[in-house]
Each structure stands twice: as structure tokens, then as C-alpha cells.
Design a protein. Structure first.
Length: 352
């Protein structure tokens, strides 16, 4: 006897009906112009709406799940209240924290974000710029790593893009930027170590091609010069292969170079992940942190506070950063050169 195939019924949902502005107006018993003034601020200067009417329209719009038609609004010259964000970074943990802060601040101002991520791919970058432009974004935020020479790739792509804010430095003519004072952050960490009595302060950074490394190095060197401590290339360490995320091999390379060979009593790390890795490796060797070797991180990631001992680090003040970005986009003419520098904060914990 053959077996038949049992067919079960499948419930197919129909698309939910889109609530229009006229539907809200009819339900509220007001004109379309009145509803437009309340919900879209587009009813014209002659439309006056009382407080009770406004409250009723808003309540009904919420009940009916009304959403404005952004494309139709733009065709009428109404602002999109939408910003584009492009990420091109290997520093995922920090840039995502910046992005989260930007979303919070943008939402508080009534803006929404459209987000794209590229990997130093000009074609993908160009596609996002086209997509964002076709949707009428009011400004663009570029959260890019400061890789030496990258601006040469970006300049042709951004030739016709206006109201754009870059991270770290304005990479194209007419662009604006918000940067965190990496020199000051590194200087504060080095001063902290010097005040603890450290004399040979090693420095780990992930790549000599990262321009931010030059900025931070200048703060480190300033602190050593002020303290009368010798500057030496031997105290600098770059992992092989170049990576922001530490590997067991990279950690071992750092300890062999900075601790075994150069006898460093402190290590400044490019980020908290390296700091945590070094703290764990030093403890595994039977060394005390900070007694034998002090360690500092950078970025104030969550992991820096929960490792034992907790890591002294730098908080990059993402909320202030996000607010500065939005101010440049919304009021680009009020910030002079279009360059804003955010001051980081020293977070003192147990490793230094």
C-alpha cells in the first residue's frame, strides 16, 4: 500500500493595511491639514491646532500605528530626519560603542540612522553613498580607521558629498571631523605610570600604518621627556601579524620583547583586549600586576572592569563625541573650522 503525503494547512497572513494620514484625520474628526501639522509639521503656517486636538490626533495615530511616508515627504520638501553612517574599521568594539552613542543622541533629536559597513572596498562604499543619497539623508557620518594614505581612495568617492563628518580627521576637502584627543589620553596614562614610580615603560601598538598610533606616541613621548626618562625604539612593540585583537602568539611575543628582553616595569597597550591578555599572561608566569609589571589599556571596554585585577584605561567619552557629531551635521556653520576635539577621561583601576 502506497503512502500518501500528508498536507497540513498553512496559514498565510495578508500584508497589514498601511495607515494613511487621511485615515488618521478621518478617525480624529479633523482636516488632513490639521493632522499633517500635528504628525509631520507640514500643515502650513496658517494651521492652528489646540492642545486637546493635538493630543487626540497623536493618540489616534499611535493606536492606528501610523508611520509617515518619508519619500512622499521629501518630494514635498520636508526634511527626512535621517542620517547615514558608514563604518570601515577593524576596531569593532570601540566603533560599535560610538555607533550606539550616536544612535541614542540622534534618536533624542528625532533623527533615524541608516547604517552600512564596508571593508576598504571602494565599490561598496560608492554603492552606499548612492543609496543614502537617493533616500535624502541630511548628513553622513564616516566612522573610519585612520589608516595612512586611505584618504587618496576616498577623495574621488566623496567629491560631491556634502555635510559629511569623519572620525579622526577630515579626509576630503570641505569635510568636517570629530576626534578624540589621543595624545592627551596616552599622556595621562604615561603620567599615571610615572607617578607610580615606573621607569621603563613599554608600549604596544597594533600597526605602524595606523595614524592614531603616531598621535598617541607623541603623548607617551612627551610624558617621558618631562620625567627625564630615556626614549628608546626598543621599548616599542608591534605584533606579527598586525592585529588589533591579540593572539596567544602576539601576547607571547610582547612579553618576550618588553619583559624578558627590555625589562619593562610597565606596558601601555593599544586597547583593553591587549591589556587583558597581557595581564592574564603575566599572572600565568607568576608575576604580579601591578607589582612586577603595571599595565594600562585603552577604550574602557566592559572587559577592562571585570578582569582581575581591573585595568586602568582611557574612556573615549562616546556620548560627548556623538553630541559633537550631531551638532556639526545640524549646525555646520557654528563650529568654525568644522573640527571638534573631544577630551578623553582617565579611568584608574588596579593594574596601574
Amino acid at each position: 500500500m502506497s503512502r500518501g503525503i500528508r498536507v497540513t494547512s498553512i496559514e498565510v497572513s495578508t500584508p497589514e493595511k498601511v495607515t494613511r494620514l487621511v485615515d488618521v484625520a478621518a478617525r480624529a474628526g479633523v482636516s488632513r491639514a490639521t493632522a499633517a501639522q500635528v504628525l509631520n509639521q507640514s500643515g502650513g503656517v496658517s494651521v492652528r491646532v489646540g492642545a486637546d486636538t493635538r493630543a487626540r490626533v497623536l493618540a489616534i495615530a499611535k493606536e492606528m500605528n501610523y508611520r509617515p511616508n518619508r519619500i512622499a515627504q521629501q518630494l514635498k520638501g520636508i526634511r527626512s530626519k535621517t542620517l547615514g553612517v558608514i563604518l570601515d574599521t577593524v576596531n569593532i568594539p570601540v566603533m560599535y560603542q560610538r555607533l550606539a552613542a550616536l544612535e541614542r543622541r540622534a534618536s533624542a533629536r528625532g533623527f533615524r540612522l541608516m547604517i552600512g559597513q564596508v571593508h576598504q572596498d571602494p565599490e561598496v562604499m560608492a554603492a552606499y553613498l548612492h543609496d543614502f543619497g537617493s533616500r535624502g539623508i541630511e548628513g553622513l557620518v564616516c566612522l573610519f580607521d585612520l589608516i595612512r594614505g586611505y584618504e587618496k581612495t576616498l577623495q574621488p568617492l566623496f567629491a560631491d558629498v556634502s555635510n559629511v563628518v569623519f572620525h579622526g580627521k577630515a579626509m576630503v576637502q570641505g569635510g568636517m571631523c570629530v576626534r578624540v584627543d589621543g595624545r592627551q589620553g596616552s599622556y595621562m596614562l604615561a603620567r599615571r605610570l610615572i607617578e607610580r614610580g615606573c621607569q621603563r615603560i613599554g608600549w604596544e601598538f597594533w600597526s605602524p600604518d595606523d595614524e592614531m598610533g603616531d598621535v598617541r606616541r607623541s603623548g607617551y613621548e612627551q610624558a617621558l621627556r618631562e620625567a627625564g626618562l630615556a626614549l628608546s625604539e626598543r621599548l616599542l612593540f608591534y605584533p606579527e601579524p598586525r592585529t588589533q585583537k591579540p593572539t596567544p602568539l602576539g601576547i607571547e611575543q610582547a612579553l618576550r620583547h618588553l619583559v624578558d628582553r627590555e625589562k619593562c616595569d610597565a606596558i601601555m597597550c593599544s586597547n583593553d583586549l591587549w591589556a587583558v591578555g597581557l595581564v592574564q599572561a603575566l599572572k600565568a608566569r607568576g608575576l604580579s600586576v601591578p607589582g612586577d609589571v603595571a599595565v594600562t589599556g585603552y577604550d574602557n571596554l566592559d572587559v577592562s572592569a571585570i578582569v582581575d585585577p581591573a585595568v586602568t584605561t582611557i574612556d573615549q567619552n562616546h556620548e560627548a563625541y556623538a553630541e559633537a557629531v550631531l551638532e556639526l551635521i545640524v549646525n555646520p556653520g557654528t563650529r568654525g573650522s568644522g573640527v571638534v576635539t573631544v577630551v578623553p577621561e582617565l579611568v584608574v583601576r588596579q593594574t596601574a
